[in-house]
Write a protein of this length. Structure first.
Length: 507
């Protein structure tokens, strides 16, 4: 827990004219719907016709980090970073595999799609991005990990997929079910490494995709999920051996006395940082996959009109606040990169607006002129919103004042709900050192245990921040129940209650 050397009166941090000293700062009501949205700032205009091809590269359990891993992944770095768009504030709503994947497929909040734990049978898959793209003429294919528990449903093929290759999530010794047929077993030979098999299935699907149709494909790999096993050819890679350990300011936090009980009981990690060597080595085969997909599409003449997305099903802690694994409200940030040469050009850009994993399906439907909804729960529209205007500079981006993250079921830790504010929040100009410039960002968490957390997460991300700078994006000092922040906390409590009822049949 970080204790500031000097306390700055909250009232001195407001937009002028400042309130009289000794009075609480005014806290505007949250929840104002920015229906008109905010004009996107991208300068690149699309030059291609609509309905491009779409490829999503979905990795498993990868935290958002700085560029230290990307420097060792030349195909990903070239295609998606140097020639693409980096979203610096992308988050998954629920930091757990199945809920994250269901949100990506449906565009719904976790509490609306109902997949609150790692159980594929909880998903009603009759309305997904696959069914809708397939319905407007896309050739669709999936290759790799689908959801935890899929072998219990196999050889079931979910609706909307023209080609479907799903495997047991393992690196070696697993089964693959293809297009509803009996499984094929893969063993422990180097050629059986699962990321390479996914790459092979993707290339085969691309070759069989009709030239007269746009295609939508997902390459879903197991890497770098534990046990984080690299392909044999990448073990001991020299470049990965040089990747510095991950140790932002919240790594192995020394004083967790202000944290919830599940964090307070954790021992210190007692090392200099989270070792990323095996993560890097396992991702090198993913880089090989991306290179092979790029080369295949270039050979077909379809590369420049393919919309690529690289992301993870959920974030990870990587030692933040002594935590490993996921599940916690600190573990929602995910890597998110987009490339589309014909539509976005090849100039590297970064977009700092908050986007969510549930925004991907609406964005792809926006791109392909399809609609999501009505859903099996009676909900007419998705909870996510298209971020295509941010990418293209056309249309208007509906910048939400706040977004919700959650763990609605108790899964190895207390369930929780949280709200994070954006630049469109009225609280962007209240209570932090950047208030005069609208740079205040707040993160408020409520646990099923009754515990609360409140952080001034301005001036992030955490790995770009250091002690003594404004804000607390590393979430070192919990402000919940601090009287100086009572009004802000109450405003966030009310906004969270509203977001918890968002969508649904009456949405």
């Amino acid at each position: 827990m970080r204790r500031a050397a000097t306390a700055v009166a909250l009232s001195t941090l407001l937009l002028s004219p400042a309130p009289a000293l000794g009075t609480d700062p005014p806290v505007p009501a949250l929840g104002t719907d920015p229906a008109a949205g905010t004009l996107a700032t991208a300068s690149v205009q699309p030059t291609a016709a609509s309905r491009p091809n779409i490829v999503v590269i979905l990795v498993d359990d990868l935290a958002a980090t700085d560029e230290r891993l990307l420097r060792q992944l030349p195909a990903i770095d070239s295609l998606l970073v140097r020639d693409g768009v980096t979203f610096t504030d992308a988050h998954g709503e629920t930091p757990l595999c199945c809920p994250g994947r269901a949100g990506l497929l449906t565009g719904l909040h976790t509490f609306n799609h109902g997949v609150v734990e790692n159980d594929v049978t909880l998903l009603d898959d009759s309305m997904t991005i696959a069914t809708q793209l397939d319905g407007v003429g896309y050739h669709t294919f999936w290759a790799g990990k689908y959801m935890n528990g899929y072998p219990d449903l196999a050889p079931y093929v979910p609706p909307g997929w023209d080609r479907f290759h799903a495997f047991e999530p393992e690196y070696f010794e697993y089964r693959v079910w293809s297009n509803g047929k009996p499984p094929v077993y893969y063993g422990s030979d180097p050629a059986d490494y699962s990321t390479d098999i996914v790459a092979r299935k993707v290339r085969s699907s691309l070759r069989k995709a009709p030239a007269t149709q746009p295609f939508f494909g997902v390459a879903s790999v197991y890497a770098p999920h534990t046990p984080t096993t690299p392909a044999p050819r990448h073990v001991g890679d020299r470049g990965c051996a040089t990747v510095p350990a991950w140790a932002p300011p919240n790594y192995d936090e020394a004083d967790v006395s202000d944290k919830p009980a599940y964090v307070r009981k954790l021992p210190r990690l007692g090392d200099a940082g989270w070792d990323l060597q095996r993560v890097c080595e396992s991702l090198q085969s993913v880089d090989d996959l991306v290179a092979s997909v790029r080369d295949e599409l270039e050979l077909q003449g379809r590369l420049d009109d393919t919309f690529f997305v690289f992301t993870s099903d959920n974030g990870m802690n990587f030692g933040a606040h002594r935590l490993s694994g996921k599940l916690a409200p600190y573990a929602t940030q995910i890597p998110f990169f987009v490339s589309w040469p014909n539509g976005l050009g090849r100039e590297s850009r970064r977009i700092d607006e908050r986007i969510m994993n549930i925004d991907l399906a609406p964005t792809l439907c926006d791109l392909a002129s399809c609609d999501l909804g009505p859903y099996p729960n009676g909900q007419p529209h998705p909870d996510g919103t298209s971020f295509l205007p941010l990418l293209t500079g056309r249309g208007r981006w509906r910048d939400r004042d706040a977004v919700i993250t959650d763990l609605p079921a108790r899964v190895k830790m207390p369930k929780w709900y949280a709200v994070s504010t954006t630049r469109s929040s009225t609280l962007a100009s209240v209570g932090c050192e950047g208030a005069a410039f609208g740079k205040c960002r707040w993160h408020y968490v409520e646990y099923g245990t009754g515990e609360r957390e409140l952080y001034d997460v301005s001036n992030g991300p955490c790995w770009e921040w250091s002690e003594g700078q404004p804000g607390d994006p590393c979430e070192l000092e919990n402000r919940a129940d601090d009287p100086a922040y009572a009004a802000i906390q109450e405003a966030l409590r009310r906004r969270l209650a509203e977001l918890k009822s968002e969508g649904g049949p009456s949405g």
